[in-house]
Design a protein around this ligand. Structure first.
Ligand code: PLP
Length: 379
């Protein structure tokens, strides 16, 4: 049996050994409640605040603007709920290709708070049509716009600067789901016109179940998880100290190694794209995935038209060969309808769709083997 190959880093990443070691030390070390004022509590509090400060400093925000959450889903839900509940927001605009943590939250909040929900137009490759966004913003009530920085299935990147400037010109509030890009890209909110960001540690070699929401100070919002005074009173509940230590370590290492790791993964993506085209000429790429400048360097999203209505079988065969990939997002892989992102871009699509997502420990040899296995099943 050959080695197993993990090509599903957009679903989740393995813990870095240093992150694991830091978390074990935190589990064995200061167990105090960070809210306690005695020495045990103070020690734990130092760990929590160290993580907060490191994140704030990288993102160009103040530490109080970082609200720790249980991950990306909670951060997205809070970002959609709070402006509608507490500010005079009459409408949410988002896109059909957003993660369900945004789309389903937007649908529910729009229903419960009787605000309008509109979807911005996308072009044939899934780019957000900023002219359509402007036309919509011109003609409506004060709006919360939620548009992701990078799509988790097809990898399309959004120009946050252009989108944010436009949204602010019309007095809108801008949330971006940056779950796939934080830890992989540098963002500076001292310059970028974005009001809220979501982040999840398990997408950059940190633990699952921990992340954060950045809420810029000018938004005057009240708590959404009511209880103790943690997280500036926004989110009650005793902090997950080991998780936060893991998030902090993963964050530190992600940014310390960002340039070298990005160069390595980008090189793998190019190599794999070219090898697929050479060996499986019918391959097609979803959205902007094949374009290095306009898509996540970690994601290559493919379609194989020679295999109609049989994507599941291809994923199964890859799995049998020890190669882990996904059809769309991990969250929708159990769904009979398949990926809502692929459906919204290619309604007639019957071709097998495979998302390959690359990480720091992948190699050219692993990609060669993946191409060989694909050839066996596709040619
Ligand atoms: N948003 C995007 C773009 C994602 O890829 C994910 C993870 O699958 C989430 C939100 C949800 O994050 P979490 O798994 O931390 O709840």
């Amino acid at each position: 049996m050959s080695e197993s190959i993990y090509l599903d880093h957009a679903a989740t990443t393995p813990l870095r050994p240093e992150v694991r070691a830091a978390m074990v030390a935190a589990l064995e070390g200061p167990f105090g409640n960070p809210s306690s004022t005695h020495a045990y509590g103070r020690k734990a509090k130092v760990e929590v605040e160290k993580t907060r400060k490191a994140i704030a400093s990288e993102l160009g925000v103040s530490p109080g603007e970082v609200i720790f959450t249980s991950g990306g889903t909670e951060a997205d839900n809070a970002a959609l709920l709070l402006p509608v509940r507490d500010l005079k927001i009459g409408r949410i605009i988002t896109a059909a290709t957003e993660h369900h943590a945004v789309l389903h939250a937007a649908e529910q909040i729009a229903r419960c708070y009787s605000v309008k929900l509109e979807l911005v137009r996308l072009d044939a490759q899934g780019r957000v049509d900023l002219n359509d966004l402007e036309a919509k913003l011109k003609a409506g009530p004060r709006t919360l716009v939620s548009l992701m920085h990078a799509n988790n299935e097809i990898g399309n990147l959004l120009d946050l600067q252009a989108a944010g400037e436009l949204i602010h010109r019309y007095d809108g509030i801008f949330h971006s789901d940056t779950v796939q890009t934080l830890g992989h890209y540098r963002l500076n909110l001292a310059e970028l016109p974005v009001d809220m960001l979501s982040c999840s540690a398990h997408k950059f070699y940190g633990p699952k179940g921990i992340g954060f929401l950045v809420l810029r100070n000018h938004l005057k919002l009240e708590s959404y998880l009511t209880g103790g005074a943690q997280e500036r009173g926004m989110r009650g509940g005793t902090e997950n100290t080991p998780g936060l230590v893991g998030l902090g370590k993963a964050w530190e290492l992600a940014y310390a190694h960002l340039d070298a790791e990005r160069a390595h993964i980008q090189d793998l993506k190019l190599y794999f794209r070219d090898a697929l085209q050479e060996n499986i000429p019918q391959v097609e790429f979803n959205g902007l995935s094949a374009d290095l400048d306009q898509s996540l360097y970690t994601v290559l999203s493919t379609r194989f038209p020679q295999l109609e209505n049989d994507g599941g079988m291809l994923l199964f065969n890859l799995d049998l060969a020890g190669i882990a990939v996904s059809g769309g997002s991990a969250c929708s892989s159990g769904s009979l309808q398949g990926s809502h992102v692929i459906r919204s871009l290619y309604p007639e699509n019957k071709a097998a769709t495979v998302r390959f997502s690359l990480g720091v420990s992948n190699t050219h040899e692993q990609l060669d083997r993946t191409v060989e296995v694909l050839k066996q099943h596709l040619n």
